[in-house]
Design a protein around this ligand. Structure first.
Ligand SMILES: O=C(O)CCC(=O)C(=O)O
Length: 260
């Protein structure tokens, strides 16, 4: 089975959900002209890291974004990994990844588990408690958010649960670009899965972001990689490669969870 991916690497207007939604609507319409099977957006694309204003600008129950993404998925007949958004309810605010299938049905919801202190997430957000596994048209997938890729045990848990494609949505800063690239490639090699990673570009008052969205195959080869400007990446991935490589080097048979 093959999956045509479109990864929307974009700038984000700081703390301006309405203008970001208008921009995303245009970018999805443009990407859809290439007939992708799945479109991927970055982390916190409605608000950026305007965390002190989340009470005002977070989406209540993520209801606005959910309706908006479901409509676009249906309209273009495309799966959408709707990046993550600030989702608020009476109990708190979360950094939440949402996934929709091409019928506009929500198939995934993952609240970021590892909060990133360097960007004050723990001061404004609640940590998630659940895994990010979901299925897209029969393909077992997982979605995680940015800092999560530094936690190999967490990614492994999703792969052991079945994931063949790991979607990563991020706002990863430029000074650690080499970590971003190396961690993504390593997660792909050690888990023998595809990694489809979407980062933002541009700057906010505190950080400049690295871009370099990329797709890595289960052998650790880069299928496609963006630079540091706005760009939509397109690539088709071949899911049979996951099975093939797992047969060639059977790490899931050979691993010793009884020892570690
Ligand atoms: O781990 C890093 O260096 C970046 C993480 C990050 O920016 C985030 O989780 O938002």
């Amino acid at each position: 089975m093959r999956l045509k991916c479109a990864v929307i690497q974009m700038d984000i207007a700081f703390g301006q959900p309405e203008s970001n939604m208008a921009m995303v609507e245009r970018k999805i319409a443009d990407a859809a002209t290439n007939n992708p099977d799945v479109i991927v957006l970055p982390e916190l694309w409605t608000t950026g890291y305007d965390l002190p204003r989340l009470d005002e600008i977070a989406d209540s129950d993520a209801a606005t974004v959910k309706a908006f993404m479901a409509k676009l998925a249906r309209q273009y007949g495309v799966h959408i990994i709707a990046g993550s958004v600030a989702e608020r309810n009476a109990a708190g605010t979360w950094n939440t990844l949402l996934a929709f299938n091409s019928h506009g049905e929500q198939v995934g919801e993952y609240r970021k588990v590892h909060l990133f202190r360097l960007m004050d997430e723990e001061k404004y957000l609640q940590p998630g408690e659940r895994m990010g596994s979901f299925e897209l048209a029969g393909i077992p997938c997982a979605g995680v958010i940015c800092y999560d890729i530094r936690f190999p045990e967490w990614i492994r848990k999703h792969v052991v649960a079945g994931a063949h494609v790991l979607f990563v949505v991020a706002e990863w800063p430029m000074p650690r670009l080499s970590h971003w690239r190396n961690l993504l490639i390593t997660r792909a090699i050690e888990n023998q899965c595809y990694v489809v990673a979407c980062n933002r570009v541009g700057s906010d008052p505190n950080n400049t972001f690295a871009g370099h969205s990329l797709i890595v195959d289960p052998w650790g080869e880069i299928v496609v990689e963006a630079g540091a400007d706005e760009q939509t990446l397109f690539a088709e991935i071949d899911l049979d490669q996951v099975t093939h490589i797992r047969k060639q080097i059977p790490i899931f048979t050979d691993r010793r969870p009884d020892l570690y």
